[in-house]
Design a protein around this ligand. Structure first.
Ligand SMILES: [Zn+2]
Length: 484
């Protein structure tokens, strides 16, 4: 190992790589993936998550996967996992971590797939039926943990590169104000000359962060599929001959596949519910990712500084509280302390009318020059870029609420990833100024826009952004040192 590292250092110096690239000589990365498609044909149907209730899967179009990249530097290993699920919640992520004590940090983000099995509970037979097969959750936990161990067994020395590309026409925003996130962010991990044959340094892995609801197949589909991301991964794999980790970023507000500009070879416009639409759109996303990968610049990806802490988010949403009371949602609730950094006591049966909270996690990872925001739900693009409507619509519920700090302004450098549904799915994270649950409604609408019904409440965004600000401050205060 030492011999290879020294050789790499010499070669780095010889070809005049920037300083950042040399700092990474000890960086290793490994990839593994595992099929987590639920079995069909058993006693219990598989309820598809994401749209209406009681949508039962009838077949498998393409597998539901978990994919994992392990990064190692110094003595530390971290794992970045993506699952083709609607939103794996923190209790299951904690179960995965408990099986992997040798890792400094394990991040599990869901793609927010709307054509996979229910792993939350609200898509069962009806409002009082839990749609989750708890044995399936156990299987996901076990298989993901094994995949992480496998990835750690596949480590090879790599150099890192970071690139972005932008195309807002590749996302549709169905909620006013129109604010999109059309930036794709790619970390390209290349084999080192020492690890690859013939002095070539081809890509070994791509980490791709893109911002779109995987719902190209729509609400009528009954086939299990990873939606467009399966096609994105396949196209990039074919193009570069490397492994691909697809990660979902910003999806709130509400970012979905575009209409009208996804066409087949004959020029016919494709639309929702069509597997061709998912395939072609996925390839368009892959093309954008390739632009980012091809122009990526050297990136130092070590050492690792991890700032992750529990955050309490009050649950104002009456539907969430009811779903929990009837056993459709199973995760524990705590009493809301009024302070998001102070977790309350577990809520007892006779305390159901008291303000409750859910415990989630906000994390900031400083990986060398790369800054990673880990946000536990569906963040609105306004909160990512600070592109708030000014002034807010006066008919919104809190038009004078203070503006939250944005991810872009909190990240301490220009190279960052924004991971959504990271380690949890607590629903929409809506700028407080745009919260609009009560009449009159913003933009002169007769009914409120879609969003609030799938959010814990109007305090979610201020709390999540304040927590991110604290995590970043902690990360910046810690000395960056190589793993011991
Ligand atoms: Zn969503």
């Amino acid at each position: 190992m030492i011999r290879i590292a020294t050789l790499g250092l010499l070669m780095g110096a010889m070809v005049g790589l920037p300083l950042g690239a040399r700092a990474d000589e000890s960086l290793e990365a490994g990839y593994a993936e595992v099929d987590i498609t639920p079995a069909l044909g058993g006693k219990r149907p598989v309820y598809l998550a994401g749209y209406g209730m009681n949508r039962k899967a009838t077949g498998v179009h393409d597998p539901i996967m978990a994919r994992c990249v392990v990064l190692k530097s110094g003595g530390q290993q971290i794992a970045l996992v993506s699952v083709d699920l609607i939103g794996l919640q923190l209790p299951q992520v904690q179960d995965i971590r408990a099986k992997l004590p040798q890792f400094r940090y394990v991040m599990v983000s869901s793609t927010h797939n709307h054509e996979g099995p229910d792993v939350i509970g609200i898509w069962g037979r009806g409002p009082f039926h839990r749609g989750v097969d708890d044995d399936y959750l156990t299987l996901v936990v076990e298989r993901v943990a094994k995949a992480v161990e496998q990835a750690a067994g596949n480590l090879i020395p790599v150099t890192a590169h970071f690139g972005t590309a932008e195309d807002e026409s590749l996302v549709n925003d169905s909620r006013l104000p129109i604010v999109k996130d059309g930036v794709i962010r790619v970390v390209r991990l290349d084999k080192t000359a020492a690890a690859a044959a013939g002095g070539e340094t081809p890509p070994a892995m791509l980490l791709v962060q893109w911002n779109c609801h995987p719902e190209a197949l729509g609400s009528r589909n009954r086939q299990l599929t990873a939606d467009f991301s399966a096609s994105t991964v396949a196209a990039l794999k074919k193009r570069y001959g490397c492994d691909v980790l697809y990660l979902t970023g910003t999806v709130g507000g509400l970012l979905a596949p575009p209409r009208g500009n996804v066409k087949d070879a004959a020029g016919n416009v494709l639309g929702e519910g069509d597997f061709e639409y998912a395939r072609v759109y996925g390839e368009m996303v892959a093309d954008l990712a390739a632009q980012a990968a091809d122009r990526a610049e050297p990136l130092s990806l070590a050492p690792f500084t991890i700032c992750a802490k529990p955050v309490a988010v009050p649950v104002e949403n009456a539907l969430y509280r009811m779903a929990r009371a009837v056993g459709v949602l199973k995760r524990p609730a705590t009493l809301w302390t009024g302070d998001f950094e102070r977790m309350g006591e577990p809520m007892k049966m006779d305390q159901r009318k008291l303000p409750s909270a859910v415990e989630t996690e906000v994390a900031y990872l400083r990986l060398g020059e790369l800054h990673v925001a880990c946000i536990p739900g569906e963040i609105y693009p306004e909160l990512v870029y600070g592109k708030f409507q000014e002034p807010a619509d006066p008919a919104a519920d809190f038009p004078k609420a203070p503006l939250e700090p944005s991810v872009a302004e909190l990240m301490p450098g220009p190279k960052w990833l924004m991971l959504g549904l990271a380690n949890d799915e607590i629903g929409y994270i809506i700028p407080r100024r745009q919260w609009d649950k009560h009449e009159p409604y913003a933009y002169g609408k007769e009914h409120g826009q879609y969003g609030e019904i799938n959010s814990c409440g109007s305090l979610t965004a201020p709390i999540i952004m304040a927590a991110l600000k604290l995590r970043v401050a902690e990360g910046q205060a810690l000395p960056a040192k190589a793993g011991e």
